[in-house]
Design a binder for this molecule. Structure first.
Ligand code: IMP
Length: 205
């Protein structure tokens, strides 16, 4: 059996492959399909975006799909970047931040740090909604969260996205300083996946 991971984000593919390694399934990602088809993530919640991606790709490619929509939710920023996490730097919220950062991840991090300058309340969480959708027209979903705080400056070079500025609760290191297995054990996606795996294992053997 093949499952398509509805993402081109290498960091996510790495994590999701690891999370699915106990299933006897072949994992492919959007990078492996030859005919490109794009689904816009234009909904206002993680669940709606994940469901939209999983359903549209499953019906288009006629293959079971696992989609994750995830992001960083910062209390002091009124729950932003939220569903805008992937392209926060170009969103009008808080004004554009001019900096020398090259990658999208670096630009997003710079914007969060700039908006958080002098802010005492650094509470934040990562949220992930994962959806499995079968081309036969049914699906399963699960949600996971990882509580933590925004650091004053980036540390670590593992992981992806906002990992260098997110310190999980109970840790004195950032997510970007954790090995992939350790991150998957405590992360929003890891937690959402273990719930989804439990449901899936009753169906896929
Ligand atoms: P998505 O592909 O629309 O789900 O975008 C999610 C965005 O949220 C990513 O591009 C990252 O910026 C951020 N994000 C999601 N999960 C993580 C994570 O595990 N670590 C760091 N950033 C994450």
């Amino acid at each position: 059996m093949q499952i398509l991971l509805a993402t081109t984000n290498e960091g996510k593919v790495r994590e999701l492959r690891k999370l699915l390694e106990d299933f006897r399934v072949e994992i492919i990602s959007l990078k492996d399909v030859s005919i490109k088809f794009d689904v816009k993530e234009d909904r206002s919640t993680f669940l709606e975006n994940a469901l939209k991606k999983a359903k549209e790709y499953a019906l288009y490619y006629s293959i079971p799909v696992v989609a994750d929509d995830s992001g960083l939710v910062v209390d002091a920023l009124g729950s932003m970047p939220g569903v805008y996490s992937a392209r926060f730097y170009e969103i009008e919220f808080g004004g554009k931040v001019e900096d020398q950062a090259k990658t999208t991840d670096q630009k997003n991090i710079q914007k969060v740090l700039k908006l958080m300058e002098g802010e005492k309340n650094r509470s934040a969480k990562f949220v992930s909604c994962v959806v499995f959708y079968s081309p036969e027209g049914w699906g399963l979903f699960a949600e996971g969260e990882c509580m933590g705080e925004i650091t004053e400056y980036p540390q670590g070079n593992k992981g992806f996205g906002y990992d260098p500025i997110f310190k999980p609760e109970g840790y004195d290191r950032t997510m970007a300083q954790l090995d992939i297995d350790e991150k998957n054990r405590i992360s929003h996606r890891g937690r959402a996946f273990s719930k989804l795996s439990e449901k899936l294992s009753k169906i896929i053997t």
